[in-house]
Design a protein around this ligand. Sequence first.
Ligand code: SF4
Ligand code: SF4
Length: 168
Amino acid sequence: MLLLTDLHKITLLAADKEAENDHFKNFLKEQDSEQIDSIVHQLNEEITPQIDCTQCGNCCKSLMINVTPGETESLAEHLHMDVADVKEKYIEISNQGQMIINTIPCHFLEGKSCTIYQKRFTECREFPHLHKANFKARFFGTIMYYPMCPIIFNTIENLKQKLNFNVE
Ligand code: SF4
Ligand code: SF4
C-alpha cells in the first residue's frame, strides 16, 4: 500500500476532494456499519505503524485534551512537580466541568514532538480513534481532521478504494 505522508500535498488534495468527500459521507450512510468497522480497523492496523507522528504533531495543535485526576498525578510525578502546581500551570476546567489542558496548541508540543510522550494522555493515545467501533457515527468528527492527519487521510482514501466508491 502506497501512503501519502507529505502534509502539504495532503492539505492541497483535501481541498480538491471536498465535494468528493461530501458524496462519500452520503455513500457511507448506505453501507453496513460492521463491515465498515472491520475494514477501517484493518486499514488502521496497516497504516498507523507506517506514519511517523513525530513528523506531524497536527492533532496536538488543534485538539482539546481531557485529563483525568490519575493522569494529572502521573504527570506531576513525571515533571517532579506538586499536583497543585501542575493544575495551576497546565490545566483548566472546561464548561462541562472536565479537566482539560489549558492551551491549544498543547503546552507539551515542542516542534512536532510531544515532550511527555511516554506520559501522554489517553485522549492523545486514542486519536484518531480508528480502532474504535462505529466509524460511520464518528465520520463527521473524523473527516474534520482529514486535511491535517495523514493517518485519517490515508485510511479514508483506502476505504474508498476497498468499497469501490466512485464519485460519478
Ligand atoms: S494528526 Fe494524525 S498523523 Fe499527525 S500526529 Fe496526530 S495522529 Fe499522528
Ligand atoms: S500531551 Fe503530547 S501527545 Fe498529547 S496533545 Fe500534548 S503534545 Fe500532543
